[in-house]
Design a protein around this ligand. Structure first.
Ligand SMILES: [Zn+2]
Length: 274
């Protein structure tokens, strides 16, 4: 398991990589968003060099407010152009996965309309993603894409899409945290995880771990249970980085404890080694 965090869109990406490396984080969740970290402003070769210097990995993140499902066809096509440029940047910096936030802002249209518009956008991106070696994955979002059934509307038609599970989001605008049901349905397609705390309801607080009611241990156990051992982004948004460092320590400790517990529950796995 690798721990990382996200760059601030208004700050210089290279400087963000420097402090993350200093903190001992193992990858950057690189969001390509204006004003400073826009896809047309970052220097992908400089980013790649900074990552190699610090032996850090990178996961691709795109702006959550892009109109992937727009009812205005020219606007949707412009969104596809922007996301193609993101795929190119991520390919150059060495990212193997790029996330997408499905859209739902099409007033006066029923849900099947914007589901279909999102799927068209994904289909138009997939040839470029394949050519450039960057996989596409869908992040669960409060409201419209936060249960296994809702995500299934996007994931079932396109088996190539990966799942990007946001455990904090899975706690919002639902009567129970949907992490386990999403993992039960699509755990085999899990490619990346976001983790942060909140107090339920509809406030996406992005708190340090332990400051809300997200049951981190239970969800880490669920990740172990489905065999996940990849990247986890601590999406803790705070100006004081001590809270981020604290969250990293909490995650690493719980991850190791639950990993050891899983080994004890399945002792046969120890017999596999020669
Ligand atoms: Zn997230």
């Amino acid at each position: 398991m690798l721990t990382g965090t996200m760059n601030h869109p208004a700050r210089d990406v290279i400087q963000e990589i420097e402090w993350m490396a200093h903190m001992g984080l193992e990858f950057i969740d690189l969001t390509l968003e204006p004003p400073t970290a826009a896809s047309w402003r970052v220097d992908p070769h400089a980013v790649r060099a900074a990552l190699e210097k610090h032996r850090m990995q990178v996961v691709g993140h795109t702006a959550y407010y892009l109109p992937l499902g727009s009812a205005f066809e020219e606007v949707r096509r412009a969104c596809v152009s922007e996301l193609r440029r993101c795929i190119e940047v991520f390919s150059t910096v060495g990212a193997r996965w790029m996330n997408l936030h499905a859209d739902r802002h099409t007033p006066m249209h029923p849900r099947p309309f914007y589901i279909e518009q999102n799927i068209r956008t994904f289909q138009e991106l997939l040839p470029d993603a394949r050519r450039l070696g960057v996989g596409l994955m869908i992040e669960n979002l409060p409201g419209s894409y936060n249960t296994a059934a809702q995500l299934g509307e996007l994931l079932e038609p396109l088996p190539e899409l990966g799942l990007h599970l946001d455990i904090g989001h899975a706690n919002l605008e639902v009567s129970y945290n949907t992490t386990e049901e999403i993992l039960t349905a699509y755990g085999s397609r899990l490619r990346h995880v976001h983790l942060h705390d909140n107090r339920g309801g509809n406030a996406d607080l992005h708190l340090p771990l332990g400051c809300g009611d997200v049951d981190v241990r239970r969800h880490v156990r669920a990740l172990h249970h489905c065999g996940y051992d990849g990247t986890i982004t601590l999406e803790v948004f705070t100006p004081d980085r001590h809270f981020l460092a604290y969250s990293r320590d909490v995650l690493r400790r719980i991850w190791e404890e639950e990993g050891a517990a899983a080994q004890n529950t399945h002792p046969e796995s120890e017999l596999v080694s020669p």
